[in-house]
Structures are given as C-alpha cells and as structure tokens.
Write a protein that binds this ligand. Structure first.
Ligand SMILES: [Cu+2]
Length: 181
C-alpha cells in the first residue's frame, strides 16, 4: 500500500484531535469554580442534612445560591405555609459532592417581589399540618444528622434592618470546613 506523502501532517492533525478529545473528556472538577455576582447570598448544605443559613434576607432581584457541600443529594422545594401546597418559586435538585475539592452543585434563584419564600428538602423533611390549618416542616423520621427539619426561609425585602442581619457565611461561596471545601 502506498504511504501518503502528507503522513506527518496527518499525524499532527490526529494528535491535535486526540488532545482535543482528552480535554473534552476531562472531569469537570478540574474546571475553575463557578462564578457568581458580588451581591449573591449563599445558603450551604453540609453533612448534617441541614441548610446552614436557614433564614436569609435579600432584595428583589438579588440572587440566592444554594451550595451543596454534602456528599448526599438535596432538594429545594418552595411551599405555601398556609396550606402546605408546593409553589413555583423554587424547585431545585443539587447533587452531592465527591469530597474535599470535589465538584460542587449549585441552584440559583431570584425573586421579583417582596415576600416570605419558604422551602424544605423533601428528602430529609416532611410538611406537617398543625392546628387544622397552617403547615410547618418537620424532621423526616429516620434521617440522621440535624435533629430539626431541613427547611428554610428567604425573606425578600427592601428593609435594611433585615438585610444587614445575614450570617457572615452567607457571603462566602464555599465553606472550607465541609466535604466540598
Ligand atoms: Cu436534604
């Protein structure tokens, strides 16, 4: 069989394609961490099956980002505490991380209007009816870790007295003392 005269060039092209394929196949964990805007408020999940900053306050339009630093998967479902029905504001699933420096999964939400936006993780909490009316989250039986309910509240407001009370960790994207840190 005749050897192609442009063999070196073919080899170079094949090598370039091979490198490209390797880069494409590389795990995402080697990529730089996802970037969020400076006004972002972060809510972390750790190994205790809890939302670390379970109450935060933001202005309309200001992003809230859920950060799963736990090895387990969590969900973020918003609900109406008056009747226990799910609402459309939040419906997130964040996969667990593999461990220290592992890839972190995020769920970002923004709210147009001021209000109280309640949420819970249906994997680790339940919604329990109280006094024949309103609903509050409760610990799901059999779930280990945090003894309370895996649930939280986002207050959307322009009230400065509330906005300045966010916990210090809500300004940090990654907390170093959890699995994904
Ligand atoms: Cu959960």
């Amino acid at each position: 069989m005749e050897t192609p005269r442009n063999l070196p060039m073919l080899l170079a092209v094949a090598a370039a394609l091979g490198v490209g394929l390797l880069v494409w196949l590389s795990p995402q964990s080697s990529a730089a961490p996802k970037k969020f805007g400076p006004s972002t408020i972060f809510v972390h999940m750790d190994g205790a099956n809890a939302f670390v900053e379970s109450v935060v306050a933001v202005m309309p339009g200001q992003p809230v980002v859920f950060v799963n630093e736990d090895t387990g998967m969590h969900m973020i479902d918003s609900y109406n505490p008056l009747n226990g029905k799910l609402t459309h504001y939040m419906k997130g699933v964040v996969q667990g991380t593999t461990g220290p420096k592992g890839k972190i999964d995020y769920y970002e939400v923004k709210f147009k209007h001021p209000g109280f936006y309640y949420y819970y993780c249906p994997v680790h909490a339940i919604l329990a009816k109280i006094y024949e009316g309103s609903v509050q989250p409760a610990h799901r039986p059999g779930v280990h870790g945090f003894p309370g309910a895996m649930a939280g509240l986002i207050v959307v407001t322009t009230e400065k007295a509330l906005l300045k009370e966010n916990p210090p960790t809500s300004h940090q994207q990654i907390l170093s003392n959890y699995f994904g840190g």
